[in-house]
Write a protein that binds this ligand. Sequence first.
Ligand SMILES: Cc1cc2nc3c(=O)[nH]c(=O)nc-3n(C[C@H](O)[C@H](O)[C@H](O)COP(=O)(O)OP(=O)(O)OC[C@H]3O[C@@H](n4cnc5c(N)ncnc54)[C@H](O)[C@@H]3O)c2cc1C
Length: 331
Amino acid sequence: MTNHLAGPVLVLLDHAPDGTLRAPVLELLTLGRRLGSVHGVWLGAEGPGGDVLAALGAYGVDVVDVLDLGGADARLTPVVADALADLSAALGAAALLLTSSFDNKEVAGRLGVRSGAGVVVDASDARVVDGRVVADKTVLAGTWTTSCAVRTPFAVVALKANSAQPEPVASPTQPAVVAHPVTLADDARQAVVVERQERTRSDRPALGEAQVVVVGGRGTDGDFSAVEELADVLGGAVGATRVATDEGWIGHDAQIGQTGVTIAPRLYIGAGVSGAVHHRGGMQASGVIVAVNSDPESPIFEIADLGIVGDLFTVLPQATQELRRIKAAQG
Ligand SMILES: Cc1cc2nc3c(=O)[nH]c(=O)nc-3n(C[C@H](O)[C@H](O)[C@H](O)COP(=O)(O)OP(=O)(O)OC[C@H]3O[C@@H](n4cnc5c(N)ncnc54)[C@H](O)[C@@H]3O)c2cc1C
């Protein structure tokens, strides 16, 4: 019986175009250490900068594997899956952890097919039991937690953001950096990016990664200003119900639920949201659920940790004002 894997545990180091690590990666590194010896995998021949290497050492990474994709585009999932399949085979890796974004889930699926690995996506935890990776995930609108044991020697687990508390190690490591040239199969190059247009950036965190999400529903009647102001004072993201996105009050990428994004922030605040089953499916795994609704019979109060019966246009500005006051007092 062992609770550590023999082969390396690869962690895909998702990073922003400026080379900074995306926040959920630190959670993966924390979880990865519990499974075995962690190799960070960096896509792009330039490798991580000094600050990033120091951060990886602070999280106990033993080796950083730098994959030179030979000019292929690291945003294309067949390219990433192909490169990771080669690396995992070459290193005899026991597991790969990656964040459960849309793209990474596709990478996980492709990698599973390519390498014969057992795949678990949208997981909330992972551990080793009797030499096997076991991953937990919430299902059926967050009402059940299931544990999935991966029966193959190589496990691929995509973990949802906010699944673990990032914890640095007591004694930082000095990760060895190892470069790997990658030879991509022809079918990994069948699609190429022909044009890119960057959207206007918001300073808010990405919806799927945010620790705090403030959500507006039909009750906003199209005025999201109170929702946005509360999100901003909390450093959170803005989400919406399908009614709000269908009405065109906010983009479809903000939709949370069965046909939208699944989130599990530490704090969810729903304003003018009824808590329909299709919406719950995407948010019920949130840590603390706060609901502001003028109807005391609204179903969202069944799942709320804190329910406020009131008009969102009164309650939200009061909360925002008070939070601003507290922040100002704290300097
Ligand atoms: C196949 C399918 C898939 C779906 N997928 C999704 C999905 O992914 N995500 C999703 O969200 N929905 C989805 N839906 C729609 C879902 O069933 C609900 O219709 C939707 O979630 C309701 O949105 P809502 O809570 O904003 O609106 P409503 O249900 O109309 O609720 C509005 C709430 O606002 C309250 N309110 C009104 N005014 C105020 C005020 N001033 N202050 C405070 N509270 C106020 C009301 O009391 C009410 O409870 C799907 C439906 C189907 C059929």
